[in-house]
Design a protein around this ligand. Structure first.
Ligand SMILES: O=C(O)CCC(=O)C(=O)O
Ligand SMILES: [Fe+2]
Length: 240
């Protein structure tokens, strides 16, 4: 199954919205069969890791390491993360980096790996160039993410020195979600208000200009089913 874009996307309208607001929300990104295939890969065989940060430093726990924690250790880790989140940039969520897996030759048998080729296909990069108005976009990196209850990503702007990020993209692959379950992609204005929020959706693409303050709100304990996405950045220069 090769993933495709829907043939009838109105990219000029999204480009105008992006110019005006610094972001765009594109529904019906792929034909139904592509969306169903991607959803199948995301909800079955991914070796999810747990990503969290301690200040500037990112940490990744592999599934076996998470399973090896006893209840006390798990609670200590979560308490530590919550305490840091009160005052500092903080995140915790499940992820599987397609870019790192490709570089390291990991799990070559997984069908989901081909999503990295999809986001680097001429048609997906052309979509990114048209919507952002930036012809110099040359590649995209990608990771699968899964936010479950207790996961969040606090206020940040995606602007990392040396990464040449033009815009972030988030392919929403969550079949069922309610806005009051949390996990909202929130845009934070100068007064600290939420100027816009995108609720997890199915087969929709968010594109957001870098830099701009945004966050993924805390996923409540009663959220069902998981918030699945493919996330990455449209970037310039040599692929790295
Ligand atoms: O998952 C999302 O909606 C946004 C993720 C994000 O902001 C990031 O990974 O930097
Ligand atoms: Fe971000």
């Amino acid at each position: 199954m090769t993933l495709k874009l829907s043939p009838d996307l109105d990219l000029e309208t999204h480009a105008r919205t992006f110019r005006e607001r610094g972001r765009a929300h594109i529904i019906g990104l792929m034909p139904d069969d592509s969306a169903a295939a991607l959803h199948g890969w995301l909800s079955s065989d991914i070796p999810w890791q747990t990503n969290f940060n301690d200040g500037e430093k990112g940490h990744t726990l592999h599934q076996l390491q998470v399973e090896a924690l006893n209840e006390t250790q798990r609670q200590l880790l979560l308490t530590h993360i919550s305490q840091k989140a009160a005052f500092d940039f903080q995140y915790v969520f499940n992820a599987y980096s397609l870019s790192d897996a490709r570089k390291q030759g990991l799990n070559p048998e997984l069908a989901v790996n081909q999503v990295l080729d999809f986001v680097n296909s001429e048609e997906f990069l052309a979509l990114g160039r048209t919507v952002t108005g930036r012809d110099d976009i040359s590649f995209a990196d990608a990771q699968c993410t899964l936010f479950r209850p207790g996961h969040f990503l606090s206020d940040h702007s995606d602007d990392v020195y040396g990464k040449s990020r033009v815009a972030a993209y988030v392919i929403n692959m969550t079949p069922q979600w309610r806005p009051d379950w949390g996990g909202i992609l929130q845009f934070i204005d100068q007064d600290g208000n939420i100027s816009e929020g995108f609720t997890p959706a199915f087969n929709a693409l968010n594109i957001l200009r870098v830099p701009q303050p945004h966050a993924v709100s805390y996923v409540t304990p009663y959220a069902q089913g998981g918030r699945y996405s493919i996330t990455g950045w449209f970037r310039t220069g040599e692929e790295q």
